[in-house]
Design a protein around this ligand. Structure first.
Ligand code: NAD
Length: 281
């Protein structure tokens, strides 16, 4: 199946970037959020990204305007009637995602695919609330979606081969590299990333070494382009906490989030998006 029009549900850290990636490839996309402020922020973010491309000489102003116009922002489901793929990118909560999946199942055309950008939750469980489990899959972008090439295409128990093949083709169309992954909590990348994050948090707590010193040690050693605390703030500490909880439930205490992560989230220090996390911005 060819994806002529897509939708992104949830216009936060990931949703806005995903919409930009899709529109950049010339595919019309509707972005839906329940919060008008989130849509305004997403619209500004997308405009900044296009302007950046123009400023770097990667796109003409005309091209940028045309691509930007492919994105429509909405707070209702009206515009979703003729999309063939919806990518859900709402907060990492199973109950909320199930509610969104039920709603999408009701409003989307019968042949449309519903994909989730979830970091760790079960695709099979999400699919179970729809009448089209064969057309449900994970389509997991990495942060920041406009730069990171990889997309994990995750099959649930009932995901059809055709759905996987359509999503792999779509990933290539939007200039990403798909990797097919069988379902397991955290899939491939987050299972590995979150194991290291848990160890880094334990290490910091036990030694009292500052976030900055640890971040510098990791980047100076060339282990990663940014340190774990800078990365955590950029991803969103609420998202990191939810993922750590899912993985702890699935694999045990090796993924247990440290008390400091829980305290930061309780205090509303969610990272870059709240201007305060491990660091202040
Ligand atoms: N942040 C990351 O680095 C990252 C990376 C990869 C995957 N993910 C996954 O992507 C998803 C979104 O994460 P995020 O960091 O963008 O979250 P976020 O908190 O930044 O944004 C979530 C958005 O969803 C909106 N929303 C809530 N309920 C909604 C509803 N019923 N309908 C429409 N919109 C609704 C919120 O208003 C908010 O704008 C999560 O599943 C997360 O695990 C996040």
């Amino acid at each position: 199946m060819y994806i002529k029009r897509a939708a992104v549900i949830g216009s936060g850290t990931m949703g806005a970037d995903i919409a930009y990636v899709i529109a950049s490839a010339g595919i019309p996309v509707i972005v839906k959020d329940v919060q008008p402020e989130a849509l305004n922020k997403a619209s500004e973010h997308v405009a900044d990204l296009f302007q950046g491309r123009v400023a770097r000489g990667r796109m003409t102003p005309d091209d940028a305007r045309q691509r930007q116009q492919l994105i429509r922002f909405a707070t209702t489901d009206d515009a979703l009637e003729d999309v063939s793929l919806a990518i859900e990118a709402v907060s990492e909560k199973m109950a909320l995602k199930k509610q969104v999946f039920q709603e999408l199942d009701r409003v989307l055309p019968p042949l449309a695919i519903i994909a989730s950008n979830t970091s760790a939750l079960s695709i099979t469980e999400l699919a179970s609330v729809t009448g089209r489990p064969d057309r449900v899959a994970g389509f997991h972008f990495f942060f920041p979606a406009h730069m990171m090439k990889l997309i994990e295409v995750i099959s649930g128990r009932e995901t059809s081969r055709e759905t996987v093949s359509t999503l792999r083709q779509f990933a290539e169309e939007i200039r990403k590299i798909p990797v097919s992954v069988k379902e397991c909590p955290g899939f491939v990348v987050n299972r590995i990333l979150m194991a290291s994050m848990a160890e880094v948090l334990r290490f910091q707590y036990e030694t009292g070494i500052s976030y900055q010193e640890i971040d510098q040690a990791i980047t100076k050693a060339g282990l990663a382009p940014m340190g774990p605390f800078v990365l955590g703030d950029a991803l969103g500490l609420d998202v990191a906490l939810e993922v750590a909880r899912t993985l702890t439930e699935a694999y045990g205490n090796r993924f247990k989030p440290g008390r400091q992560l829980e305290e930061l989230v309780e205090q509303g220090h969610l990272g870059l998006k709240a201007k305060k996390g491990f660091y202040s911005y």
